[in-house]
Design a binder for this molecule. Structure first.
Ligand code: NAD
Length: 283
């Protein structure tokens, strides 16, 4: 079984970003990371994103707010960031605390700065199969992993486990755009094992530690693990029991070191695209 490492895919995206940076002789594109509260997974993602932006030669600034900030105060702060002409793109760490109306923020964020595809405009574009706009970075990262490893999608049977708006649903639409035959599985799916085993490409985004073992995987299938979970021993792990696939799958992504490493690279790519569009239109 071949291990599909995210670092190699991220390096390819970095080359594209570096090339595109020649078009920015002045200030490099700037990302704003917006965080409310101090959830450890948000903070880990933020650290990773900041490091990646620096590594790719891009600017990034964190805007953090107390976990008990009121809806009104957060909306006012978010508006300032959204309106700030020095900021080319925004990553909002979610979920937000209960008192904040996430829907209002999704409608407020400028679709041109919405690098993680949360605005209604960008969601509609993904579901319509358009080339414009931004898809959620993780969903697009899966496509990048497949393309970078020359895994064709046209006509393939692909099973996606998960139907969230962050991963499963938009990813299914991106796969469909590549002419894959997509089956979307979820908690109510009957005979999950059978559906998964029939897939030529299996993508797990359920958020359940090591739920997928070899009994879900068909011979020579490609397995992409989007899950980021913590196992009983406190170690980071995916939705897939990677070791168990050895004699059955042809290729699989590890966790850590797989899709997660590509997600922030896609974020960087989106930032450059957003900056090009915004700065170009200001000339
Ligand atoms: P979510 O909880 O919003 O959605 C999970 C989906 O999986 C649901 O649609 C549910 O129906 C389905 N599901 C859950 N258990 C199932 C089961 N036993 N059988 C069949 N379907 C099942 O989660 P999410 O936000 O979509 O994230 C999914 C996973 O991806 C999590 O582990 C998360 O940490 C990870 N994630 C990774 C990245 C990354 O950069 N790699 C980014 C976002 C999320």
């Amino acid at each position: 079984m071949i291990t599909l490492k995210g670092a190699a895919v991220s390096a390819k995206i970095r080359e594209e970003v570096t090339e595109a940076l020649h078009e920015f002789p002045g200030a490099a594109p700037k990302l704003a990371i917006v965080r409310v509260g101090e959830r450890p997974d948000d903070m880990a993602y933020e650290r990773g994103a900041l490091k990646k932006m620096e590594n790719f030669g891009l600017q990034a600034e964190s805007f953090s707010f107390p976990g008990d900030i009121s809806d009104e105060a957060f909306q006012a702060e978010f508006k300032k960031i959204n309106d700030n002409p020095d900021i080319d793109g925004i990553l909002l760490l979610r979920p937000l605390p209960e008192q904040i109306n996430e829907r209002d923020i999704e409608h407020m964020i400028s679709s041109e700065k919405d690098l993680d595809g949360i605005s209604p405009e960008n969601i509609a574009r993904v579901f319509a199969g358009e080339n414009e706009g931004f898809a959620p970075c993780t969903a697009e990262a899966v496509i990048e992993v497949l393309k970078a490893n020359d895994i064709s999608l046209s006509g393939k049977r692909v099973a996606v486990i998960g139907r969230s708006m962050v991963v499963g649903r938009p990813l299914s639409m991106l796969l469909l755009k590549e002419n894959a035959t997509v089956t979307i599985c979820h908690t109510r799916t009957r005979e999950l094992e059978k559906t998964c085993k029939d897939a030529e490409i299996l993508i797990a985004a359920a958020g359940k530690a090591k739920m997928i073992d070899s009994s879900y995987v068909g011979a020579d299938a490609v397995v992409i693990d989007v899950g980021i979970n913590v196992d009983q021993d406190g170690n980071l792990c995916g939705d897939v029991d990677f070791e168990s696939l050895n004699s059955i799958a042809s290729m699989a992504t590890p966790v850590p070191g797989g899709v997660g490493a590509v997600t922030t690279a896609v974020l960087a790519k989106h930032l450059v695209t957003a900056a090009k569009k915004r700065r170009g239109s200001r000339k």
